[in-house]
Design a protein around this ligand. Structure first.
Ligand SMILES: Nc1nc2c(c(=O)[nH]1)N[C@H]1C(S)=C(S)[C@@H](COP(=O)(O)O)O[C@H]1N2
Ligand SMILES: [Mo]
Length: 252
């Protein structure tokens, strides 16, 4: 059975269980509490809203599972090892001294940060699993600065709803809501397993959001934008993966 048929059955099943009005009530509640994901309009719309709204109401404050050091995978599998662009190769040749992360959008102090600046902020580590939607996963120790800390240094406007993050790899971007952006396990990650984050795993900087699937953990991050709406970005679905039919909210 292919994905679409299964998803249709799932949404259909929910509708049968809850009654058609149940979906309507859930959708209205979701709207009221700002729990409508940016990709709600597609053919999976009601299902995506229900999944996101249910997850958000139940697990807003929950933590991704952390593992003991002994659980770290011996050979984590990078699913892409090529440098993402010529510009990236030049920065890599210069040991990323000229590399910058820029932050703009709904912030008081837009600016750019060197990797050393990011390293000078309070550093945290977590031993968590990265799970690909294709069924494989690995456990690693990730070291970085909390995204919430960097956001507090630039001052986020109260109407902010999403943080959009862009890779140096062309057309590769995703977004998360403020609940995940401010979550203590959401890192701008520069270290892995006791070393610098390898380029194969997204070095020098990767967004680590362990409560969501692999594809939300974008590698080679150089740009963050804080926004109140995803409409202006791409097709307005909140990321590149939703443009290919994946869910914007990929909560585990
Ligand atoms: N820039 C960039 N980030 C990316 C990807 C990618 O192709 N390019 N793939 C994503 C997917 S689908 C997964 S499962 C993980 C894989 O992480 P890994 O390379 O550390 O195994 O990276 C994610 N981040
Ligand atoms: Mo993936």
């Amino acid at each position: 059975m292919n994905k679409i048929t299964r998803r249709k059955l799932f949404v259909g099943g929910l509708a049968t269980a809850a009654g058609a009005t149940g979906i309507g009530v859930a959708a209205r509640l979701a709207q009221k509490y700002g729990l409508v994901p940016p990709d709600h309009g597609g053919i999976y719309g009601p299902g995506e809203t229900l999944t996101y709204a249910a997850q958000r109401l139940l697990t807003r404050h929950s933590m991704a599972r952390e593992f003991p050091r002994s659980a770290i995978s011996a050979r984590p599998f990078p699913n892409e090892v090529e440098a993402p662009s010529e510009t990236f190769k030049r920065l890599q040749a210069g040991k990323f001294v000229d590399w910058r992360l820029t932050i703009d959008g709904l912030v008081d102090r837009p600016g750019s940060f060197s990797i050393d600046q990011l390293r000078s902020y309070p550093s945290h580590s977590q031993i968590t699993e990265l799970a690909c939607e294709e069924g494989w996963s690995y456990i690693a120790e990730w070291v970085g600065v909390r995204l919430s800390h960097v956001l507090s240094t630039v001052g986020v406007h109260p109407q902010a709803r999403y943080v959009v993050y862009f890779s140096m790899e062309p057309d590769t971007w995703e977004s998360i809501d403020m609940a995940d952006a401010m979550h203590p396990q959401t890192f701008l990650t520069y270290g892995m397993n006791g070393d610098e984050l390898p380029v194969a795993h997204g070095g020098p900087l990767r967004l680590r959001v362990p409560r969501q699937l692999g594809y939300k953990n974008v590698k080679f991050i150089t740009h963050l934008t804080v926004t109140d709406s995803m409409k202006r970005f791409g097709k307005g679905l909140g990321g590149i993966n939703p443009e290919f039919g994946y869910a914007w909210y990929a909560g585990l």
